[in-house]
Ligand binder design. Structure first.
Ligand code: 5AD
Ligand code: FES
Length: 328
């Protein structure tokens, strides 16, 4: 689709049911019925950046900060593997304590478990991305958040959108399966810029795209901004599926946070991945990117069972393979 077509669909509320059905059909034809689960370890909530929407921003002095030791990270990963996860996702704020050597050690240790490994640890240099890849990392998640240059600047003090693009193209060139995505409902964001976001996913040839509604966090400058619209976020996701038919698309936790069963609705509108939390319960509440996060009192086992039951209830199943794009 071109930009005008994307804008037309995004602004038309009468075609939503058609759009979600179409995205579901394209998902079925291209990535089949299996749903890939990724076990998410939130290993540090320390972040040096100041993204205006994020509860973990450095200037929020009210969060109790934590870092998991290498041993703790490994035991979370081991537990995830025992629960049947074939992919581990390591996510954190931008925390320089985990330097290249430390990260590479963790990556190598986790790769011993015969799992695919995804990193989601922010903007790094080409050499760092290369070192992580050489250590065994398979995938990397780095949302562009918005491709609107002015909005990006406004949302991210002291950051540079060009560096973020550079990171994504570096990751692609290093052979990572590269995930990106955007927030829906940032203040001042337009339908046109959401169309540009989708065109960017296509231009990058993203292997994964995560889309979530913006949720205001009380300890950020955006605390009084209304939350993003669930249906608009779902439309951006469905259009992403239609335009990139064979990629992996998660039903995001943010969707479930603002709408009961939001992940199931997403799985029936183009999504084929879920990323349940496998972090120990004692840390979950502290990884408060946005408020009212689901599952903060649940153990990894509970989330694993809960999500499989939900998946089975809609006639789908949990995939047993690694869940790379193109089935390899
Ligand atoms: N609401 C929704 N999503 C958010 N993220 C960060 N802050 C918020 C918020 N307030 C998303 C960003 C980031 C991902 C890890 O979480 O898109 O890339
Ligand atoms: Fe955590 Fe349902 S996914 S309890």
């Amino acid at each position: 689709m071109n930009k005008d077509e994307l804008i037309a669909i995004l602004s038309d509320e009468t075609k939503n049911d058609w759009l979600f059905k179409k995205a579901d059909e394209i998902r079925r034809q291209n990535v089949s019925e299996g749903i890939h689960l990724r076990g998410l370890i939130e290993f540090s909530n320390i972040c040096k950046r100041q993204c205006k929407y994020c509860g973990l921003r450095w200037l929020n002095k009210e969060v109790e900060r934590y870092r998991l030791s290498e041993n703790d990270i490994l035991s979370c990963a081991k537990n995830a593997v025992m629960l049947g996860y074939r992919t581990i996702v390591l996510q954190s704020g931008e925390d320089d304590y985990y330097d290249t050597d430390r990260m590479c050690r963790i990556i190598k240790d986790i790769k011993e478990f015969d799992v695919a490994l995804t990193l989601s640890i922010g903007e790094k240099t080409y050499d760092e991305y290369k070192a992580f890849k050489d250590a065994g990392a398979d995938r990397y998640l780095l949302r562009i958040e918005t491709t609107d240059k002015n909005l990006y600047k406004n949302m991210h003090p002291n950051a540079d959108i060009e560096n973020r693009f550079r990171c994504l193209y570096d990751l692609k060139s290093l052979g990572y399966e590269t995930g990106t995505g955007c927030l829906v409902g940032l203040p001042g964001q337009t339908i046109e810029s959401l169309a540009d976001d989708i065109l960017f996913f296509k231009e990058l040839d993203a292997d994964m795209v995560g889309i979530g509604p913006f949720i205001p966090h009380g300890q950020t400058p955006l605390k009084d901004v209304p939350q993003g619209d669930f249906w608009l976020a779902l439309k951006v996701m469905a259009l992403t599926r239609i335009n990139l038919p064979d990629i992996n698309i998660p039903a995001t936790t943010a969707m479930e946070t603002i709408k009961p069963n939001g992940r199931i609705i997403a799985l029936q509108s183009g999504a084929n991945v879920v990323m349940p939390n496998v972090t120990s319960t004692e840390y979950r509440a502290k990884y408060e990117i946005y408020p009212n996060k689901i599952c903060i009192n649940d153990a990894a086992e509970q989330c694993r069972n809960c999500i499989e039951n939900k998946i089975n209830s809609i006639g789908r199943f949990v995939s047993k393979d690694y869940g790379f794009r193109n089935n390899h």
